[in-house]
Design a protein around this ligand. Structure first.
Ligand code: FES
Length: 570
């Protein structure tokens, strides 16, 4: 906020050209809420609730909002709940990523427009916490993040299963002909058995953990299951803390500093988090004038082991992570490597928070100690080279080690519809040691950068479990395999990815962080000249805004005019 305004409902008046009349009108309409004048005089804590019947992950948010209200009342505030748009990952077309910036715009506009002294940001499903933090960073009013919490696991023939690493594993087995239709149908009802977000270390869990690591969520809040009573207690504490934030004006820009983002990137490596988080963190940081470089991700990968064994990197689920102590245990384990001076919503620094007496739970099955990690080096690495001059990302912890140094023949799909039409064609010229390469699925080409980077293994290679796959798309954080994502510049913007042809050789050297299109430069020039520029797609409404303003993956896929003014030309 740039303009100082009075606290409570007296703040941010509607303009009529007569301030006294505006105050009179505000008071008279506020009294219609049915609160006493005493209540209406308290600091206002907005409860931003993204509950929606088209968002199964947020099914518990109505009850959680009531718990937050209890906390706000206890601490002397006036809780007022309001909606913004909600993004239910599985119910949106073309993708939820296409709409993330629309939600962030909605959040920012409503936080700026309403008379709020602080806000509790309630979300969870993949793009919602990023959009909430992006909007709150730009509006910069005191804010605290509150996650919906992960779902519990289901069961199939005695095996615990959960969304959505197991969705992909069982579907791949079905495609290989290892499961009957009746079996896959039976599994369907067990994959998402409760309210809450996907129960593995997918994007939702990752972003909840990173909200906590950034200091924007109360300790322990990321992992509590959606249906656990602890989740309601955590909501109540968040309401209490929101009133404290309103009183001391502790804003997101004071919490989400460069140090905080560095902590978050290190935690991302240690938890084996989703590749999507690289894009979201970059976008949130960009709102605050902080530039996150892919090279920093690499530096941290070299000095941060993977400690958390959740699917898809390990075998555990978020409910196990909660029982093992959740993110506070990871932060304790990484304590010597984190920036202790970073402030958190508790009002204390991370260092002060971690210096509190700490009882180590029974944790080592799920969260490993530094001297016995799951993997010696971090989960995510950045690759550059002639195929990705501006960078790309690989989740090394979910990849097949044998494919991390490889040269392979490319089998190219020029679009998502090309992929759908050809992948199972018996005539497809594909061999087990080939590399599958998908073009035109980036921020513009998708549009909305679909999670199509986890290309299916062609049906004619029955039994094959992994192949090198490369695209300008994203991948669900729940997926696994040797998959290079976010290739930039994207094919639709004239990037070299769009110049690759079936039969070309592709070189991946994860050790040297290289991804190369092994084709003679003159031949690439020739192909570039041959490529006909695509006519602009006719678009209206939000799609038009998106197409005109969206940036590439290394800039967080945010809109150019929404990044902090200091980064507008960067
Ligand atoms: Fe909402 Fe996975 S579908 S978190």
């Amino acid at each position: 906020m740039t303009e100082e305004r009075p606290p409570g409902l007296a703040g941010g008046l509607t303009e009529y050209g007569d301030r006294e009349f505006a105050q009179y009108l505000r008071r008279s309409f506020a009294s219609a809420m049915g609160h006493t004048p005493q209540s209406l005089g308290k600091p206002v804590v907005g409860i931003l609730n993204t509950w929606s019947e088209l968002n199964n992950c947020h099914r518990g948010l109505r009850e959680l909002a009531e718990a937050v209200k209890r906390g706000v009342w206890q601490a002397g505030g006036l809780p007022l709940e309001f909606p913004v748009i909600s993004l239910g990952e599985i119910f949106l077309s073309p993708t939820s990523m296409f709409l993330r910036n629309l939600m962030a715009l909605d959040v920012e506009a409503m936080l700026r427009a309403q008379p709020l002294d602080a806000v509790v940001l309630m979300g969870g499903c993949d793009k919602t916490l990023p959009a909430l933090l992006m909007g709150a960073a730009s509006a910069d009013i005191p804010a605290i993040a509150l996650a919906a919490g992960p779902m519990l696991t289901g069961s199939h023939e005695g095996e615990r299963i959960g969304a959505c690493t197991d969705c992909r594993r069982f579907w791949a087995a079905y495609r290989r002909g290892e499961l009957e239709r009746a079996t896959i149908d039976g599994i369907e009802a067990q994959l998402a058995p409760t309210a809450g977000t996907c129960g593995v270390m997918g994007t939702a869990s990752t972003m909840a953990c990173l909200s906590e690591a950034l200091g924007m969520m109360l300790p322990g809040g990321a992992a509590i299951p959606a249906v656990h009573a602890d989740r309601l207690r955590h909501g109540e504490f968040s309401g209490i803390q929101a009133v404290a934030l309103a009183e001391n004006r502790l804003t997101p820009s004071r919490i989400m500093t460069e140090a905080a983002f560095d902590n978050a990137l290190r935690v991302l490596q240690a938890i084996g988090g989703s590749t999507n988080a690289v894009i979201h963190l970059t976008a949130i940081a960009g709102r605050l004038g902080i530039k996150l470089e892919l090279e920093r991700l690499d530096d941290l990968a070299a000095s941060t082991p993977v400690l958390v064994g959740l699917k898809p990197s390990g075998a555990a689920y978020m409910e196990d992570f909660h029982r093992a102590g959740g993110l506070p245990v990871v932060l304790q384990a990484l304590r010597g490597q984190l920036h202790a001076e970073a402030l958190t919503v508790t009002g204390a620094t991370l260092g002060e928070q971690l210096a509190q007496p700490f009882v180590w739970p029974d944790w080592q099955d799920v969260i490993r100690p530094l001297d016995n990690p799951l993997q010696e080096q971090g989960a995510l690495i950045a690759l550059r080279g002639s195929l990705a001059p501006d960078g790309s990302v690989l989740k090394r912890s979910a990849a097949s080690p044998s494919l991390l140094q490889t040269e392979a023949r490319a089998v190219v799909f020029s679009s998502l519809s090309d992929l759908a039409a050809l992948i199972d064609d018996p005539a497809l010229d594909v061999r087990p040691d080939d590399c599958l390469l998908l073009q035109n699925a980036g921020p513009l080409g998708g549009p909305g950068m679909p999670e199509a980077g986890y290309l299916p293994i062609p049906r004619k290679l029955t039994g094959q479990r992994d192949m090198l796959r490369i695209s300008d798309a994203r991948m669900s954080g729940t997926a696994f395999g040797t998959i290079v994502l976010h290739v930039a510049p994207e094919a639709a913007l004239g990037g070299p990815l769009g110049l690759a042809r079936s039969g070309d050789r592709i070189g991946l050297d994860a050790q040297r962080r290289r991804l190369d299109l092994l084709v003679d430069e003159r031949e690439l020039l020739r192909r570039g000249e041959e490529a006909r520029p695509q006519p602009p797609v006719a678009a209206r409404g939000y799609e038009r805004l998106y197409r005109e303003s969206v940036q590439q993956a290394p800039l967080g896929v945010d809109f150019d005019f929404l990044r902090h003014e200091s980064l507008q030309d960067v």
